[in-house]
Write a protein that binds this ligand. Sequence first.
Ligand code: 8YV
Length: 328
Amino acid sequence: MKPRILVSREVFDETLAMLGEHFEVESNQADIRHSTDALAALLADKDGAVISTSDRIDASVLDRAPRLRVVANVGVGYNNIDVPACTAAGVMATNTPGVLTDSVADLTFGLVIATCRRLTEAEHYLRSGEWKGSFLKQMLGKDVHGATLGIVGMGRIGQTVAKRAIGFEMQVLYHNRTRLDAATEAECRAAYRAKDDLLREADIVVLLMPYTPETHHLIGARELALMKPSAVLVNVARGGIVDDAALVTALRNGTIWAAGLDVYENEPRLNPDLLTLKNVVLSPHIASASEPTRKAMANTAARNCIAALTTGSPPNLLNPDVKDRVRS
Ligand code: 8YV
């Protein structure tokens, strides 16, 4: 009998076809968002799961899924998975690094430009019929080219954003838990700064680090106050890294000039005050959402799931220490 797996949210037909060659698949092409209890019930008789970043996998779910051997996240960020709990339960956990790096770097620049040049505000102005013709001081924004870009979180995506910034002739500063080696710094043309110094010096700050207990509210009232009143903050990493209530206050008071956000605390229920502000550009967690990239993400997760249940060695294993205790 083929192993049974759950695909928790809608995926591409080619992804389902790939999985169907190896497994009996229960899919969710209606794309219903499952509660944690509903997810646990669906996993009760499954050997594996291809899950979304909106699915929470913790000990309470794992306890109710005695056959489960792998959870394959469609996403690089995996704060939705309690990895130590997976290891303790003998469940492999995987993610999809690499395949979304360029698309996320592209959207980072999209938000940087849209925020600095007030693109969404300008479009609303035009659509509302207010535009009576071009004039000199209309919709004045900030230049992206030549600005100082501060990247907080210098992993794959941060480094790719730094390389994109070379084309905009930007000065790049970065902060990371561990400083990069000199060769990588040179390749990215990026200079290391302590976090507070980066916040003080940058014209544009972009956040590209994972969400962990250590990065919760990494940017709050204190950090926003360190930034220049002319500065722009862009978050494409995870909701919760920025204290959204503090950000609203900073945007209202002119503590910083503007923000571009793709992610929110408690999304999809974002802080309603954000919707009242003109100096914020908002997108609905779409940084990786190009068609080729989303296909690559889903297919990478499928391959991780297949490898986990056939060879026991998935390529993007997050908890290698699970190896000698995977459930049989
Ligand atoms: C989501 C993401 O996974 O990869 C990540 O960490 O946040 C996104 O790419 C995407 O929304 C798919 O659900």
